[in-house]
Design a protein around this ligand. Structure first.
Ligand code: GLU
Length: 545
């Protein structure tokens, strides 16, 4: 029996690979265009790691005039979760990872979901059988397990290779016999590799990696007729003309088998860029470790939703960790977006990408500082509607007031950076709303200093005039403070502190504390203007008590 006859016996109905090779012709793209993909498996929620991968893939495709497509890898149907695919599509979309083609969209290289590509995989398995590079295996899971136990006990390499690959030695006639008698089987590749031979592979991120040739006869087609990840990866990325496989570095150890599969199939392998995992400093041990689904809520995309951290801030943060030189560039190019930056593989982290929430917060503050007051208002309102209904009501009631508040020291060269999340609007500015101010038992309970309050009443009764310009207002404060025992400047005060109640700055601080309960706030003049006489008077009365 020839290999060809054997292949026809195993896969009588399938098409020749020439059909698919022609159907999925090469893409017509400029030189250097990166064709890459997101290839999620619907086995759980989309986590930050997938978004980080997607972020990098998107940048690399877009900046090179290439293509980013979405392929759903659903060949492990036992591990699939309900609504897994919908969840993936939704989360990617929300985070701005948009595809040029792929699952749920048009495209010339589909279907883009592996469970619908069964016939294609079979054609390529058949092709390998014809070439003598694949064979049916009849070993039961129990037999494989038995072998693994022996391998463990005798400290031999685990796997189906050499003397352990029982079915590799069967003749075609023996195999046909077994199939005819109804024995279930799977398909394995017939590795041509030698484990003792080492090669160097140049990974675009990790650099040169030494690897041993693969010699394991990996499963390529499972008993359910679906391919394994290894085989589907080779076939799909070949037929979809992927130029760059950008994926998590948990796959580095599979590189030998992938390279061999490309070789056996006669395909040119893509370039690989293996991304370092997201890491953090463990709170208990202080060691840097991978983010874990079990321990770290920040791995879930929903975490940012609830925390009120905008998608744009998360993306800016991903840009910061994706390329070491991004942050400096961004500082120097205030008017630009991260999408204007040219990312390169050689500046991506090799070992681990530190995903530090404090850093995210500071990046998010920069992000917020560039938004308009109206944008912050609207987005905060949307957030509050979902997570803080009573604050949403307040925001709606005081729309213009809040926008004016958020506009203080914004849209200037160095805008304020006090908001890092939608939650911060309330956290930072609750005191601006009487509804929040006067429902506190004692809003001033956290004020540490005691102030010579007697002058305050006089100032508001006799001097403060809401129609003054900022200069007039400040010059009146100076005159008033000086007349009431405050030094006009720090120097004078420092020379003879015993002669003064303080300096003008201290007087202003007292006003600020009365108005806001804080020693730090946005520009005091603006705050007073916004609060207005009536609110100020109510606060003053309480403060005096
Ligand atoms: N389906 C694989 C995963 O979710 C994709 C890996 C790849 O990008 O090739 O890990």
């Amino acid at each position: 029996m020839t290999d060809k006859e054997f292949a026809d016996f195993l896969f009588p109905e399938v098409k020749e690979i020439a059909y698919y090779e022609e159907k999925y012709g090469s893409r017509n793209l400029p030189d250097g265009a990166v064709v890459t993909r997101c290839a999620p498996s619907p086995t759980g929620f989309v986590h930050m790691g997938s978004l980080y991968q997607g972020f990098i893939a998107k940048q690399m495709a877009r900046q090179s005039g290439g293509v980013l497509f979405l392929r759903i890898e659903d060949t492990d149907q036992k591990r699939e979760v309900e609504n897994g695919v919908e969840g993936i599509v939704k989360d990617f979309k929300e985070y701005g990872i948009t595809f040029d083609e792929g699952y749920g969209m048009d495209g010339d290289y589909g279907p883009y979901i592996q469970s619908e590509r069964g016939e294609i995989y079979k054609a390529y398995v058949k092709y390998l059988v014809e070439k003598g590079y694949a064979y049916p295996c009849f070993c039961t899971p129990e037999e494989i397990d038995e072998n693994r136990k022996i391998q463990e006990a005798t400290k031999e390499r685990i796997g189906y290779y050499g003397r352990w690959s029982t079915c590799r030695g069967l003749t075609k006639e023996e195999a046909v016999e077994k199939i005819k008698s109804g024995k279930p089987f799977i398909m394995r590749m017939k590795s041509q590799g030698d484990f003792r031979v080492k090669h160097i592979y140049h990974d675009l991120i990790k650099g040169d990696l030494e690897y041993p040739e693969n010699d394991l006869d990996h499963v390529i087609l499972k008993s359910d007729g679906l391919p394994t990840y290894h085989f589907a990866h080779a076939v799909d990325d070949h037929l979809m003309h992927t130029t760059h496989v950008i994926r998590g570095d948990e796959w580095v150890s599979s590189l030998p088998v992938h390279l061999e599969l490309f070789h056996l199939l006669g395909f040119e392998p893509p370039k690989y860029a293996h991304i370092a995992p997201l890491t953090k400093k463990d709170e208990e041990t202080g060691n840097i470790r991978k983010l874990s689904k079990r321990k770290d809520p920040e791995l879930a995309v929903s975490y940012y939703h609830e925390a009120g951290i905008p998608v744009g801030a998360v993306n800016l943060f991903l840009a910061t960790i994706a390329n070491s030189s991004f942050e400096e560039w961004y500082l120097q190019n205030q008017d630009k977006s991260y999408t204007d930056f040219t990312f390169t593989f050689d500046k991506m982290p090799i070992g681990g990408s530190l995903f530090d929430l404090e850093k995210l917060e500071s990046v998010s503050k920069i992000y917020f500082s560039k938004l308009s007051a109206k944008q912050v208002y609207e987005e905060t309102l949307n957030y509050a509607k979902e997570y803080d209904a009573s604050f949403a009501e307040i925001l709606e009631k005081y729309k213009d007031y809040t926008i004016s508040l958020l506009n203080i020291e914004r849209e200037i060269e160095r805008p304020r950076k006090d908001i890092g999340s939608y939650k911060d609007v309330k956290k930072e500015f609750w005191y601006m709303y009487d509804e929040l101010f006067f429902t506190k038992e004692n809003p001033y309970s956290e004020v540490e200093k005691t102030y010579p309050k007697e002058d305050l009443q006089a100032y508001f009764e006799e001097v403060y005039d809401a129609s003054d310009s900022e200069e007039e207002w400040f010059s009146k404060i100076k005159t008033f403070a000086e007349a009431h025992g405050y030094a006009v400047n720090r120097k004078l005060y420092k020379e003879n502190p015993e002669n003064f109640k303080g300096q003008v700055g201290d007087f202003c601080e007292m006003i600020r504390v009365m108005a806001t309960t804080k020693t730090i706030s946005p520009n005091l003049y603006d705050i007073l203007q916004l609060l207005g006489k009536e609110r100020l008077q109510k606060r003053l009365a309480l403060f005096m008590k």
